[in-house]
Design a protein around this ligand. Sequence first.
Ligand code: AMP
Ligand code: GLY
Length: 427
Amino acid sequence: MKILVIGSGAREHAIAWKLAQSPRVREIIVAPGNAGTAREPRVRNAPVAVTDVDGLLALAHNEGVTLAVVGPEAALAAGVSDRFHATGIRCFGASRIAAQLESSKAFAKEFLVRRNIPTARHATFEDLELALAYVRRHGAPIVIKADGLAAGKGVVVALTQADAELALRDMLGAHSFGAASARVVIEEFLAGEEASYIVMSDGRNVLPLATSQDHKRRDEGDLGPNTGGMGAYSPAPVITPAVETRILEQIIRPTIAGMAAEGVPFIGFLYAGLMIDADGAPKVIEFNVRLGDPEAQPILMRLKTDLLDLIEDALDGRLDRSVASWDARPAIGVVVAAAGYPGKVRSGDVIDGLAVEPDPDVKVFHAATALDAQGRIVSAGGRVLTVCARGADIAAARDKAYAATAEIGFTGAFWRRDIGHRALDRR
Ligand code: AMP
Ligand code: GLY
C-alpha cells in the first residue's frame, strides 16, 4: 500500500520511518518532507506544502495513495482530513472542527470547563483595559496566551505583574502575533511537573501511547524562551500507573466522550499537555491534535507494534481491540537547533557526521534539512535534527544520544546538554 505522510519535521520523519517498517507498505510519500525522509528506504518526497489541500489531494490521486497520515496542526486546521475523507481517501488526523482543540485556546478552555475536565481557571479578553484590570485583580504569577496558533510561542508565563502587563500590551495593543493575538486567554498559574500524554482515538475508544516529557525552553535548566521543544524522552517517570489512571479517567476519556457527545468525534492523535501537581493530580495545560514534536521521536522509537495496524484500527473504529507493545528500554531525543532559534536562524550550513548511524539503537531524525545544489545535506530552519537513542536505562539512552550528537556538526549548531534531567533526578 502507498501512504502519504504530510509534514516536514523530525516527527514526520519518525512517522515515515516507522510506517516504512510495516510489511504491508510498498511506498511512502512525504509532502514536503526533508533531506532525511528523502533518503529513507521506501520513502520519497513530493514538494507540496502542508496547507496546500488541493495540491495534496491531487498528489494522492495521481500516486494512488490510499491512506494519509497528518503530522502538523496547520494541515488539520486547514481541513486536510475532511477533504481527504470527502474524496474517499482514508486520512488519520482530526477534522477541522475537532482541530479547534488546538487551534483555538478559547475553544479548548470552554470545552474543558463545559465537560468538567481539570484545567487552570481562565478568562478570555479582546479588550486591553479589561485584560489589564483582570491581571491587576489576580496578581502574578499568571499566564497570558494568544488565542490562535502561534507555533508554541504565544505563551507568556509572567512571574511579575509588570511582565503580565507588558505581554498584554504586546498582544492586544501591538498585535505582535497578528490575528492570533487579537484575543488572549489569561490563566491561573499551575505549579508542578509537566508531562505529555498522547493517545490514538477512533472517536470512541482510546489507545494510549507511551508517556513522554518534553523540554520546551531553549536553555539548560529549563530557562530562556519557549520553543517547539528542545528534546524529549519516554517514558515519563512522573506518570506513575496511579497518575496514568487519573489522566485516563479524568481527562482523556471525558474529552473523547465529550467531543462525541457534542457531535465532533475526535479521530486522530490527541496530545494532552499536562501539569501534574505534588499530589499526582493532573490538569490540562493544552491540547494538541497531533503527535508531539519532539515527543513522537522517542515514543515511536519504542513502539514495537506495526503503526499501520494501529492507524487502520483507529480508522475502523476498533481501537478497543488493539494493543500497542513497547520496548521496555527508555528512549531520548536531543534536538539540534540552528543558531538564532527560536528567533531568526541562519541556514544553508552543511551538516557533517550524518553518515554515522551503525548502532540500531540510535536514529537521527531530520527536521529542517535540505539538499543543496551539490547534493549535500544543509540546515534549513530552526530545529534541524532530533538525535534519538534507546538504552537500558535513561542514563544509558542519554549517553548514547549525546555521543551520537557529538559526531554531528554544522556552523552554529546548538543543543541542550541536560535533556532527561527530570527523569535522571528521580532515580
Ligand atoms: P502552551 O502553549 O499552552 O502549552 O504553553 C506553553 C508552556 O507554558 C507550557 O508548556 C508550560 O510550561 C507553560 N504554561 C502554560 N500554561 C501554564 C499554566 N497555566 N501554568 C503554568 N505554566 C503554564
Ligand atoms: N513538543 C510540544 C509540541 O509538539 O507541541
